[in-house]
Design a protein around this ligand. Structure first.
Ligand code: GLU
Length: 458
């Protein structure tokens, strides 16, 4: 590649950051990393009515949370003088003109085209007047086919006359999307435009505008659409969730990154499905992205979340989980917060589940002595004997696994661990016995085992 790689994520701050923006950001970020390039964030806020600071903040925070750090930040509205300068030069060169057709006239034309099943476009007969009001349009005389060389889709061919005289700006101070993007991408030396397939019909317009301005064309890649499970386009109505919501719902960033990397791509080599960002960067190849839509399957995300939670270092597990524990629960745990977190985490799909799980452990439910006998598989007197042996061996919950080895060798795994786990939790399903021991500490553990022994006496 001869040009330095410079790529961008260019979200419009008109809503909370959604998973599609995160996916586009990730693919650009990876591409930059693979080529020693630059990844920049450009907030496209020229639509004054719909752009909100709150959404801009959400996007910045969402990208930071995912670890998709940008090395340049731009806000489109800050470049309005540059946009005006390029508009003026196109007007001065006669490559653009003021179209004075009224909205009503354009609507009537559109209606007529729809009825005649013609492509909606406006070929203006005002091109050569010397008016300086109305909207600015590109004089589109191009006849030769436009070919988009797409890194994913190969060549895509368009008849330039499909687009008519492309609108560029409402006036010199209010440029429109296709024009601004073309100018900004040029000014920011963007080498590769990697974005969603929903922009594919904008690309030939941007190529035409870029040609009129004498710009070098960037390379293009259009990522597959995101689909809901019913294969309709993903939207808020059928399950699109913002990145901030995923975060609030207890998903961890490693799982989200892994999940969105697979939205339209999968590795060629056998590297498995649970991948960290570093590995993804190593094996990713944009030219192998798929063309067809990518289904967003949250069951897969749940699975990845469980897997990535398991892979976190213990310190990290505690850091990530702590914010999901209510202050009242924390107070009850005192100095044992970390131990409780580590005890329940292996069973957690989303971090939001841990508070309830911990609270379940704090109260032992009334249970029947039968539960200690492993559905009648164990003998009552034997279980009592085993629990007493456990009590006398148990000195330090943290070394219990080691300390119980001789007893387990003698009696068997199930015969020791089932009564122990049940005595500690009072439940048929719970975290494992060693996790419970280290969560509870010696006093609580001894009390609960003692209590189980008395149940067997009764
Ligand atoms: N601002 C556009 C959007 O949010 C993206 C523009 C682009 O990537 O070219 O959809």
């Amino acid at each position: 590649m001869n040009k330095p790689v410079r790529v961008r994520i260019a979200p419009s701050p008109t809503g909370f950051m959604h998973i599609g923006t995160a996916r586009t950001a990730l693919f650009n970020f990876i591409f930059a990393k693979q080529h020693g390039g630059t990844f920049l964030l450009r907030i496209e806020n020229t639509d004054k009515e719909r752009s909100k600071k709150e959404f801009e903040d959400d996007i910045i925070q969402g990208l930071a949370w995912l670890g998709l750090d940008h090395s340049e930040f731009h806000r489109q509205s800050e470049y309005l003088p540059t946009h005006a300068k390029y508009l003026e030069s196109l007007l001065a060169d006669g490559k653009a003109f003021w179209c004075t057709h009224t909205t009503e006239e354009l609507e009537a034309e559109g209606e007529h085209q729809r009825e005649a099943k013609e492509p909606p476009r406006h070929i203006c007969e005002h091109r050569d007047t010397d008016k300086t009001s109305g909207i600015v349009r590109l004089r589109n005389d191009e006849r030769a086919s436009i070919v988009i060389h797409d890194m994913i889709r190969g060549d895509i061919i368009y008849d330039p006359q499909l687009f008519g005289d492309i609108s560029l700006a409402k006036n010199l101070a209010e440029p429109l999307y296709n024009f601004v993007v073309t100018v900004d991408d040029h000014e920011m030396n963007i080498s590769h435009v990697i974005r969603g397939e929903d922009h594919i019909t904008n690309t030939p317009k941007q190529i035409l505008i870029g040609r009129a301005l004498g710009f070098t064309e960037p390379e293009w890649a259009h990522l597959p659409l995101l689909l809901a499970k019913d294969r309709t386009k993903l939207s808020k109505r059928n399950g699109a969730v913002s990145v901030g919501e995923y975060q609030k719902n207890g998903y961890i960033r490693e799982a989200i990154i892994n999940f969105i990397a697979f939205l339209g791509w999968h590795p060629k080599d056998e590297v498995g499905e649970v991948l960290d960002l570093e590995t993804i960067i190593k094996v990713f190849d944009i030219t192998r992205a798929q063309r067809g839509g990518a289904v967003v399957d949250t069951e897969k995300l749940d699975w990845l979340n469980r897997e990535h939670i398991k892979r976190l270092a213990p310190e990290e597990k505690i850091n990530r989980a702590e914010p999901f524990i209510n202050p009242a629960t924390k107070e009850k745990l005192g100095s044992r917060v970390a131990q409780y977190i580590l005890a329940v985490l292996p069973r957690v799909t989303k971090l939001t589940e841990i508070d309830a799980m911990i609270n379940d452990l704090l109260e032992i439910p009334p249970y029947d002595a039968e539960l200690l006998l492993w559905k009648g598989k164990l003998d009552r007197a034997k279980v009592k004997e085993t629990l007493s042996a456990i009590l006398s061996i148990l000195k330090n919950p943290d070394t219990a696994e080691q300390d119980f080895k001789p007893l387990i060798e003698k009696e068997g795994n199930g015969a020791v661990l089932w009564p122990l786990r049940t005595a500690l939790s009072g439940r048929a399903i719970s975290p494992g016995p060693y996790e419970l021991l280290s969560a509870f500490g010696l006093d609580v553990a001894e009390r609960r085992i003692q209590n189980a022994i008395s149940k067997l006496d009764a």
